[in-house]
Design a protein around this ligand. Structure first.
Ligand code: APR
Length: 269
C-alpha cells in the first residue's frame, strides 16, 4: 500500500484527471454478483442460456419479455443491495478532488450514484439498470423504469399488467433496458465514449477497481492514459490483465475493494 500511495501522490502532483475505473468487483461486497466469478451472472447463467443469447439486441428482438424478465430480476438484486465502504470512499475522494476526479464505471447497479457520487463526474459506460429508453430510438432520452414495476423472481415472467408500464412515454413503442448489450457499440450520447476517451488521453492517474478487463472501452481508457504517462493502479482480489500493466506502473493490490479504497483515499485525501 505504501508504494501505491507514494506513486499516486507523485502522479497527482502532475496536471490532468484522476480517473477511477470500476467493475463488478467494487459491488461484490454489497452482495451484487459479479459476471464471471464462481457465482457470477454469466457463470451461473450458462446452465440455462449463454450470456450472448440474452444480453443482446438480437435476443431482445426475438424474446423481449424474457430479456426484460432477466433485467428486472437483476434490477431487484441491485435495489436490494446497499453501497459499501468502497463506494463511500470514492465519494470522499471526489469531494477532495472536485476539479479533476472522474468515476468511470462498467456497473449498471446504480450503487455509485446511491452512495452519493455526483452525476457530473460519474460516467456509466454500460448504462443503468434503473433506466429504460425507447426500443425504436424515437429519442436517445432515458426514463426511469416506473416504480410500479416490481422485481421479477429469477426465472419468472413479466406479468401482462407490468408490460404496459414498459413503454416509451413519448411514442408508445416498447421500451428497452438502458444497458449496453454484447452486439452493440459504445457511443457518446448513451455511454460517454468521447468524454471518457478525452479524460483518459490527459489523465495523470488511473485507479482500476474490481474488473476482469473483458470489455473494450476500459482497455481503450487504460491504453490512452498509459500513453499519456499516467500512473496505473489495479485493486482486485485476483490477478487480471490490468494487473500486469499496473505492476509495471504504480502497482497492484490484491485485496477487497471495500478494505483497500477507504485506506487509500484517507491517505491521499
Ligand atoms: N474487491 C475487488 N475486486 C473484486 C472483488 C472485491 N471484493 N470481488 C471480485 N473482484 C474482482 C474479480 O476478481 C474480477 O476480476 O472483480 C472482477 C469482476 O469481473 P467480472 O465479473 O468479469 O465483471 P466486470 O469486469 O465488471 O465485467 C465487465 O462485462 O459482462 C459485461 O457488461 C458486463 O459490465 C460488465 C462487463
Amino acid at each position: 500500500m505504501d508504494a501505491v500511495v507514494a506513486a499516486c501522490r507523485e502522479a497527482l502532483a502532475r496536471p490532468g484527471p484522476a480517473i477511477v475505473l470500476t467493475g463488478a468487483g467494487v459491488s461484490a461486497e454489497s452482495g451484487v454478483p459479479t459476471f464471471r466469478g464462481a457465482e457470477g451472472y454469466w457463470t451461473i447463467g450458462a446452465q440455462e442460456y449463454h450470456p450472448e443469447e440474452l444480453a443482446t439486441l438480437v435476443a431482445f428482438s426475438q424474446m423481449p419479455w424474457e430479456v426484460w424478465a432477466w433485467y428486472l430480476y437483476r434490477r431487484g438484486v441491485c435495489r436490494a443491495a446497499a453501497p459499501n465502504a468502497g463506494h463511500a470512499a470514492l465519494v470522499r475522494w471526489d469531494a477532495a478532488l472536485p476539479d479533476r476526479f472522474a468515476l468511470v464505471t462498467q456497473n449498471v447497479d446504480g450503487l455509485h450514484r446511491r452512495a452519493g457520487s455526483p452525476d457530473a463526474r460519474l460516467h456509466e459506460i454500460h448504462g443503468d439498470i434503473d433506466l429504460m429508453r425507447c426500443a425504436r430510438d424515437c429519442t436517445p432520452a432515458r426514463d426511469p423504469i416506473p416504480t410500479a414495476v416490481p422485481a421479477i423472481p429469477r426465472g419468472g415472467a413479466v406479468p401482462e399488467a407490468i408490460r404496459a408500464e414498459l413503454r416509451c412515454p413519448r411514442c408508445g413503442a416498447m421500451a428497452r433496458p438502458h444497458v449496453l448489450w454484447f452486439d452493440e457499440s459504445y457511443d457518446e450520447p448513451r455511454y460517454h465514449l468521447d468524454t471518457v476517451s478525452r479524460l483518459a488521453a490527459g489523465a495523470a492517474l488511473v485507479v482500476i477497481v474490481g474488473t476482469s478487463a473483458q470489455t473494450s472501452l476500459p482497455w481503450h481508457v487504460v491504453a490512452l492514459a498509459a500513453r499519456n504517462g499516467a500512473a496505473i493502479v489495479d485493486i482486485n482480489v485476483e490477478p487480471n490483465p490490468f494487473g500486469d500493466i499496473a505492476a509495471r506502473s504504480a502497482g497492484a493490490i490484491r485485496a477487497p475493494a471495500g478494505e483497500v479504497l477507504p485506506e487509500l483515499v484517507d491517505r491521499l485525501a
